[in-house]
Design a protein around this ligand. Structure first.
Ligand code: AMP
Length: 384
């Protein structure tokens, strides 16, 4: 082949250095974040590192306002205010799952919203969520939906067939153990249901789990999937206290958990980081893994990834919503993430002195009981 022709061919393949691949938001684009809490703050920090600007929209001023380039206060049902926000950003994401679905749907008429409204609609209602997960053939704890007061008796009859006690959970707006009541014996159900406001609820069998784990899965715009190593989670009073990696669980169980999370993310046509919480019942259980719930956002049990992985969950969420390729989820260290709840954070001077402790404080003004004020990631050399 004559030399000139070869040169022409190779020239055709070379992309100019400044060309932006289709679908990727370039640096300086504005990532819109719904929600002003600590997750929004850490998303904004990760976005900033990649050269993006951020605009946070919240119904009150939270820690994310301290770091975002722009912020708006407005209710999530103020469509005029949401329109202004939509016009100021290039893509919208959210940091909490109780953003009204109508807000996400409305924004989606003007700007891309990732993850989409479908994930919100499913995660906001425990009845819809459990039906959805079970519909995918993924095991969940036995449950009975109480959609109206008339269905209470039927749920009670179902619970009578269970070997262990139950938990009543409101279908909507429950988090960190709120909106839940333990049900020890039959007579308690009607009282607990009334105490929770006689609202649609799920009566769930209390399962004797060996461990609680979660999977942080990230899915790109192109459908690429990546998972982080599986943390073992410990709760106290319904609030996550600590996440540990490696979990110490059998590898095949972790692999199964990861594949369940990927299946859910794909079924939702999800973009971003999704948290999937599971119960591990032990190797002899008929179903060793049950999905407890999903969180369509970055997740507290993934905070260790900020310091123990090549690319943490916050950056990977931003990469996904910006249409970028996913970053490596490789874990280079063992890690224990401890939440600083309420006045735990008052010990920051001692924590700041601890070698190997990576301290994250959210800068909230007031420490209240049960309030997440920060977290500490303690790293050690990778054992497995
Ligand atoms: P949730 O709000 O559903 O994540 O529940 C908060 C915590 O309550 C979980 O992390 C578990 O520690 C506990 N819990 C929830 N559901 C069950 C269940 N069906 N069986 C046993 N423990 C549960």
């Amino acid at each position: 082949m004559p030399q000139k022709t070869m040169r022409d061919m190779s020239r055709k393949k070379v992309r100019p250095a400044n060309a932006i691949p289709a679908g990727m938001l370039p640096p300086r684009s504005v990532i819109g974040i719904l929600g002003s809490g600590q997750l929004g703050k850490m998303l904004a920090q990760a976005a900033s590192r990649l050269g993006f600007r951020t605009h946070v929209y919240g119904d009150d001023a939270g820690p994310a306002f301290d770091v975002a380039g722009a912020h708006s206060i407005g209710s999530y049902t103020n469509f005029a205010r949401l329109d202004e926000f939509a016009d100021a950003v290039d893509v919208v994401t959210y940091e909490f799952e109780n953003v009204p679905v109508q807000a996400a749907e409305h924004l989606a008429t003007r700007v891309r919203v990732r993850p989409g409204a479908k994930a919100l609609a499913i995660a906001q209602d425990r009845i819809v969520e459990k039906n959805f997960i079970r519909g995918l053939g993924i095991p969940v704890a036995p449950y009975a939906a109480i959609e109206t007061p008339e269905t209470l008796m039927a749920a009670q009859r179902t619970a009578q067939s269970w070997a262990t006690p139950a938990i009543l959970k409101t279908a909507r707006l429950g988090y960190d153990g709120k909106g839940q009541a333990p049900i020890g014996h039959d007579g308690e159900l009607a009282t607990a249901y009334r105490a929770l406001g006689s609202v649609p609820s799920v009566l769930e069998q209390r399962v004797a789990f060996r461990a609680e784990i979660s999977v942080l899965v990230v899915r790109g715009v192109d459908g690429a999937l990546a998972t982080y190593d599986v943390p073992r989670n410990e709760h106290g009073g319904g609030i996550l206290r600590r996440s540990t990696v490696p979990s110490g669980l059998p590898q095949d169980i972790e692999a199964k958990a990861r594949s369940i999370a990927c299946q859910i993310a794909a079924a939702l046509d999800y973009v971003g980081v999704l948290g999937v919480e599971l119960f591990y019942l032990g190797p002899d259980a008929a179903e060793p893994l049950l999905v407890n719930e999903i969180a369509p956002r970055v997740h507290n049990s993934g905070h260790w990834t900020m310091d123990a992985c090549n690319v943490g969950q916050f950056e990977n969420h931003i990469r996904a919503v910006a249409g970028w390729p996913l970053g490596s989820t490789n874990r280079h260290s063992d890690a224990v993430m401890a939440n600083l709840i309420g006045h735990d954070a008052d010990h920051w001077p001692a924590l700041a002195r601890e070698p190997g402790a990576c301290l994250h404080l959210y800068g909230k003004r007031e420490a209240r009981d049960g309030r997440k004020m920060g977290h500490v990631n303690t790293l050690s050399p990778k054992s497995s």
